[in-house]
Ligand binder design. Sequence first.
Ligand SMILES: C[C@](O)(CO)[C@H](O)COP(=O)(O)OP(=O)(O)OC[C@H]1O[C@@H](n2ccc(N)nc2=O)[C@H](O)[C@@H]1O
Ligand SMILES: Nc1ncnc2c1ncn2[C@@H]1O[C@H](COP(=O)(O)OP(=O)(O)OP(=O)(O)O)[C@@H](O)[C@H]1O
Length: 285
Amino acid sequence: MALSIPSRSKINLYLKVLKRRPDRYHELETLFLPLDTPADRVTLDFVDTPGIRVCSSLAGLPENLENLAGRAALAYADMAGIAPAWSIRIEKEIPVAAGMGGGSSNAAAVLRLLNRHYGKLSSEELADLALTLGADVPFFLHGRAAIATGIGEVFHYPAGKLYAPPLLVVNPQFPVSAKWAYMNLDPEQIGEDSSGKLKRLINALRRNDPKGVADNLHNDLAAALYRKFPLLAILRDFLLENGALNAEITGSGPSIFAVCASPAERDELCRSLAGAFRAVTIFVN
Ligand SMILES: C[C@](O)(CO)[C@H](O)COP(=O)(O)OP(=O)(O)OC[C@H]1O[C@@H](n2ccc(N)nc2=O)[C@H](O)[C@@H]1O
Ligand SMILES: Nc1ncnc2c1ncn2[C@@H]1O[C@H](COP(=O)(O)OP(=O)(O)OP(=O)(O)O)[C@@H](O)[C@H]1O
C-alpha cells in the first residue's frame, strides 16, 4: 500500500531577526506564504523489509537516513514506538538549499503521512517532533499562511482571508545554506521593527492589494546575500526594471520572488526574465 501527498514550498514575505540565542539560533518574526509551485511529491510505501529507505528523483540528494525525510521517519518511529518498514520516494521539484523550505516540507509530509496512517501522536507531539528536525518543519505541518515567532515555530494566524498577490520566484541554481545566511547577518539589523511593515503587509494581503504587499516586503538576511552574490542584485534590478512592483530574497536565499500588479504583468515579466537569463529556474504562482 502506498500513500502520497504534495509537499509544497514557501516564501517569507517578511523576515525580521529579533535576537541571537545562546544556542546560535535566532528568534525571528516572519510571514510564511505557502506556494503551490514548486511542490514535490512524497510517497510512503509500507514494505516487507524492516527499516527506512528514502530515494528521490534528484541525483545527488542525500538518501535514506541522511535525507531529512528519512530522519523524520526515524524520529516518528522512535516517538510512536513503531518498528518501521517504510520506503519513501520524493519527486523533487523544489530547488535544494533555495530558501524555499524543500527539505523541511518533505520531512513534514512524512510526519503527516505516518500520523495519518498510525494516528499515534497528538498535534502538539507532532509539532514538537517537527521542531527537532528543523526550524521550518513545523510550518509545513499545517502549511497555512502564518506569522511565526520563536525560531519559526510559534504561529499566529491573521484573522480573515489573505489574498496572495501575483508572484514569480526565480532560483539562480546555486545553493546557499541557512546557516551561512544567519552567520553573515549584519549584527546591527538584529532588533525590533518599529516601522509597522508587518501590520501593513497583513492588511494589504487582506485587501488583495499587491502594491501594499510589495511596499512592505522585508528580509534581514538579504543584505549579506546581495553582497556575497552579485548575481542576486542583478536579478533583483532586472525584476524591478521589467515590471515587478518589488522583489526580495526569500528566507536564507538565494531564490528571489517578485510581486506583480496583475497575472498579465507577471506573465510578461516571466517572458522577459526567461529571455534574458538562461541559467535560472522560474516558478509562477
Ligand atoms: C531562513 C528560514 O528558512 C526562514 O523561514 C528558516 O529560518 C531556516 O529554517 P531551517 O532551514 O529549517 O533551519 P534549520 O535547519 O533548523 O537550521 C539551519 C541553521 O540556520 C540557522 N537558524 C535557523 C533558524 C533560526 N530561527 N535561526 C537560525 O539561526 C542556524 O544556524 C541553523 O544551524
Ligand atoms: N528531502 C530533502 N530535500 C532537500 N534537501 C535535503 C533533503 N534532505 C536533506 N537535504 C539537505 O538539506 C540541505 C538544505 O536543503 P533545503 O532544500 O531544505 O534548503 P532550503 O530550501 O534553503 O530550506 P530552508 O528554507 O528551510 O532553509 C541541503 O544541503 C540538502 O542536501
